[in-house]
Ligand binder design. Structure first.
Ligand SMILES: Cc1cc2nc3c(=O)[nH]c(=O)nc-3n(C[C@H](O)[C@H](O)[C@H](O)COP(=O)(O)OP(=O)(O)OC[C@H]3O[C@@H](n4cnc5c(N)ncnc54)[C@H](O)[C@@H]3O)c2cc1C
Length: 459
């Protein structure tokens, strides 16, 4: 391999932008074996692998890449799953550029090893194949409330150690944001389903349409189970609080994406889930959720999709790759603009949004420069579908119905950071309901930690 080859990563083959913006198939097609071998061959096999330090769950990255070089993909899978239960998911959605890849030494002079792409390659080749080791916790029972990555991860650890695990999920399908939030063009539903099937094979039972705090309570579950894990996420949308937000045609990203993804509105007429048809769509926010909503609206047939953000591109929190993909597909960006009010027609249907132009001032508490309104600078933007993607908060349904459960001052569950245990004995929590909206890998890490503590305590 020449020096130049060592410094440049193998590009990910993708569907062409003009084609993919009209379908819900996966955008990134995955490495072929030759590509994976060439990319793995760039790894320097550092004595002190910094990449591992950048991974929230400390996947043995150097060692799994060595296995790929040796074409021992089963061993590579074993290495990864020693600390990450769902590599096919993380290989696709983890923000690797800020984690493992951000620490790769090759990034100093060229491009870092494409660790996420290799992780995905290994996982797709090996498939879900969790090992059953039913001995330790025989006869012990664990209940998980919610079925997102935090609960799935906790359930996996417990089930692999012989515990009987039951999951209680409010929706009719398991997976949390992995199924109702992240669209299939980034994370195909069959990839998530495969991981969930793996858990079912381990004996995990899924109970759908159970709302913790309503149809099932933590107190009741404590009587039946040795331990309870709460992984209900942070799914309550934040709104703008500006006039006109209740007009027909203004949606939270949460509702819009849930209708399209979980409700499979994109597979009309096979699925008849109603979804508001937008011709000129405006999305407010600049994180991954905003990118997903904008790209989804495009695929649902919008003529134009505009992302409106009150800061500049440099401050956008979404992954760089997602911003680039959105742009390639034709999503437009209107920077330094914030909504003042929405206006509607005689039938209360959204027609336009008034935008206040901004400039950047001094940095605020987040370290990003604060957007400041430019007096008198306003424009009207015609729009018939507005999607608000400003973030989410904790949903109070379960929290308010659980006496003795301590919350922090932001309204999330307080836990012991080493064990994940809440203020109620043997009731654990993890994921977004503890940290606030974060990432899949952090939720999985928290679920795993709690699972390990449950095993330690009860096996
Ligand atoms: C559109 C979108 C895109 C994202 N993209 C990325 C990405 O690219 N990379 C990344 O790392 N992260 C991404 N995230 C964030 C990531 O998905 C979350 O941080 C992660 O899913 C949190 O996992 P969790 O298990 O804590 O909660 P969730 O995934 O939210 O799962 C919680 C589950 O609990 C259920 N539930 C809620 N209340 C109850 C109740 N009372 N009773 C029973 N069940 C209940 C919910 O229905 C849900 O199934 C994205 C988030 C969104 C919304």
């Amino acid at each position: 391999m020449t020096k130049e080859n060592t410094l440049t990563r193998i590009p990910m083959p993708c569907q062409e932008p003009g084609i993919r913006s009209k379908n819900f198939e996966e955008v990134a097609l995955g490495y072929s074996e030759d590509m994976a071998l060439a990319e793995a061959g760039r790894c320097l096999q550092c004595k002190k692998p910094l990449c591992m330090q950048g991974c929230p769950v400390e996947v043995p990255i150097r060692d799994f890449i060595a296995c790929v070089v040796a074409r021992d993909y089963a061993k590579a899978y074993e290495k990864i799953t020693s600390s990450n239960s769902f590599p096919a998911i993380c290989g696709r959605v983890c923000p690797q550029e800020n984690q493992c890849e951000g620490r790769c030494i090759l990034g100093k002079k060229g491009s870092p090893i494409a660790i996420g792409r290799l992780e995905r390659f290994v996982a797709d080749r090996a498939g879900a194949g969790a090992k059953v080791d039913k001995v330790l916790g025989k006869g012990k029972r664990v209940a998980c409330i919610g079925s997102g990555p935090a609960s799935l991860s906790c359930a996996g650890v417990c089930a692999r150690n012989g515990f009987d695990v039951d999951m209680y999920e409010a929706m009719h399908e398991a997976g949390g944001v992995l199924v109702y939030g992240i669209p299939s063009f980034r994370l195909p539903k069959d990839v998530v389903a495969r991981e969930i099937e793996g858990l079912s094979r381990l004996g995990v039972r899924f109970f759908m349409n159970y709302v913790g705090g309503r149809t099932v309570s933590v107190e009741d579950l404590r009587k039946e189970y040795d331990a309870v894990f709460i992984g209900v996420g942070a799914g309550l949308p934040v709104f703008l609080g500006v006039p006109g937000e209740n007009l027909v045609g203004v949606f939270s990203a949460n509702e819009y994406l849930t209708r399209v993804n979980l409700g499979r509105a994109y597979r009309f007429p096979e699925y008849d889930t109603p979804v508001y048809p937008g011709r000129h769509v405006t999305v407010f926010g600049a994180g991954n959720v905003a990118m997903d909503a904008a790209r989804t609206a495009l695929r649902m047939g919008a003529e134009s999709v505009n992302i409106v953000y009150r800061r500049t591109r440099a401050e956008m929190p979404a992954r760089k790759e997602e911003i680039e993909h959105a742009e390639e597909e034709g999503v437009a960006f209107t920077m330094l603009s914030a909504p003042l009010c929405f206006t509607g027609d005689a039938e209360q249907k959204l027609c336009s949004v008034k935008l206040q132009k901004m400039e950047l001032g001094e940095p605020d508490a987040s370290g990003r420069r604060r957007p400041v309104p430019i007096e008198g600078a306003c424009v009207d933007m015609p729009t018939d579908l507005a999607i608000i993607a400003l973030g989410t908060r904790s949903n109070p349904v379960l929290l308010q119905a659980t006496p003795g459960l301590s919350l922090n001052d932001r309204g999330y569950i307080s836990v012991d950071e080493n064990t994940g245990e809440t203020s109620i004995a043997n009731v654990f929590a993890g994921g977004d309901i503890v940290t606030g909206a974060a990432t899949v890998i952090l939720a999985m890490g928290a679920g795993r930690r709690a699972g390990q503590e449950i095993v330690r305590r009860f096996a």
